[in-house]
Ligand binder design. Sequence first.
Ligand code: ATP
Ligand code: MG
Length: 135
Amino acid sequence: KQRTYAMIKPEVVEKMGEIFKIIISNGFKIAKLKMAQLTKEHARELYAEHEGKPFLPFLLEYITSGPVIAMELIADNGIKKWRELMGPTDCEVARKDAPGSIRARFGKDKSFNAVHGSDSMESELNIFFPENRID
Ligand code: ATP
Ligand code: MG
């Protein structure tokens, strides 16, 4: 079993119920769950890998535009499995290549793409769910 950080982005938080159903029915355990309003500083830390890219300022505005749902998901091969369930970054591509994916069903385009998934172990989980805390 592998843990991964997953996030429902602000524009689809109102559809969280439908998205939870899809996550659970695809064999993930939702081990941790929290609604949070990110600050620009949190968002910068989350997207540190994109420092210097032209779309970063837009991405920081978007991801801080309302509350997000932060989750720790657990499944066999969880990181890859969650990225597959999300579908490609660009939702237009997702609708062509992965029509059953969450981005195909709930996302709009390559910016407003409904969900986020970590592509590595632990780092993002530690930002949102520091060990031994209950808040
Ligand atoms: P995520 O990291 O959100 O799970 P990803 O790994 O598929 O998605 P990244 O390349 O890490 O995609 O980009 C992070 C986020 O930045 C994307 O999910 C999207 O919201 C936004 N983004 C990526 N590329 C662009 C772009 N060319 N124009 C606008 N926004 C973009
Ligand atoms: Mg990414």
